[in-house]
Design a protein around this ligand. Structure first.
Ligand SMILES: [Zn+2]
Length: 227
């Protein structure tokens, strides 16, 4: 009864198309759930996300679940997740990720999941890391532990775009730092992030983590953007 009343006065909107959801729908309407674009990266080890890292850093496998377009369902969902506190979207995406046997197959042998960290200032401002629920859900479904105290961001990227190219490349190595902890030596680590675009952020994470002795690194993202 209360739920029905709340729905009447504060109708929940679809995170994909902003249409009012019916009481039986949650987060996404049926149409958006049907139309959301999957990349199928899990079927192609040398996929477009994997090849982004060619000649840059060594990586075992890369898979992004959804296709991120300039407009559309995925973009709207990520926006709500990132800027409007809808962390349930990360949980939903994590459940989808683990619902596919082929995607799970690529996670076999992974020792730890590492969400891309936010700069502490940004974390304080936003109140949460948008990758946390995605990472935690994959962890719960697979039993692979999340390692949150290994990778740190030590520079706020919000000022990065204002710098010229020279200083930006100088800042690159300062972006992420891995703690030298023997617990993570000889491990296969899975870095998780929201959208893979240029790969610059992930490249810096991978570079930092490669300082851990004999570790292998794979990447899983919610979405892949062509641009
Ligand atoms: Zn919708």
């Amino acid at each position: 009864m209360l739920h029905a009343l709340l729905h009447l006065f504060f109708p929940e909107l679809c995170s994909g198309c902003k249409k009012i959801l019916s009481p039986s729908e949650a987060l996404l309407c049926l149409r958006c759930r049907h139309e959301i674009p999957f990349t199928r990266h899990e079927h192609l080890p040398q996929n477009e996300a994997f090849t982004k890292f060619y000649g840059r850093v060594e990586v075992e496998s890369v898979q992004c679940m959804l296709s991120y377009q300039k407009e559309g369902i995925v973009k709207n969902c990520i926006h709500r997740l990132k800027y409007q506190g809808k962390q349930e979207i990360g949980t939903l995406f994590g459940l989808w990720f683990c619902a596919d046997a082929k995607r799970l197959e690529q996670l076999s042998g992974i020792d730890y999941i590492i969400p891309v960290p936010l700069h502490p200032k940004k974390l304080k401002k936003r109140g949460y890391n948008q990758v946390t629920t995605f990472a935690n859900t994959i962890s719960q479904k697979t039993g692979i532990k999340v390692a949150e105290n290994i990778l740190f961001r030590n520079y706020n990227t919000s000022t990065q775009t204002k710098k010229n190219l020279f200083s930006r490349s100088q800042l690159k190595s300062e972006l992420f730092e891995a703690i030298d902890n023997p617990e993570y030596y000889d491990c296969h680590l899975l870095i998780v992030d929201d959208v893979l675009t240029t790969g610059a952020t992930l490249e810096n994470c991978i570079r930092a983590l490669h300082k851990l002795r004999n570790c292998r690194i794979s990447v899983a993202c919610m979405a892949f953007s062509q641009s």
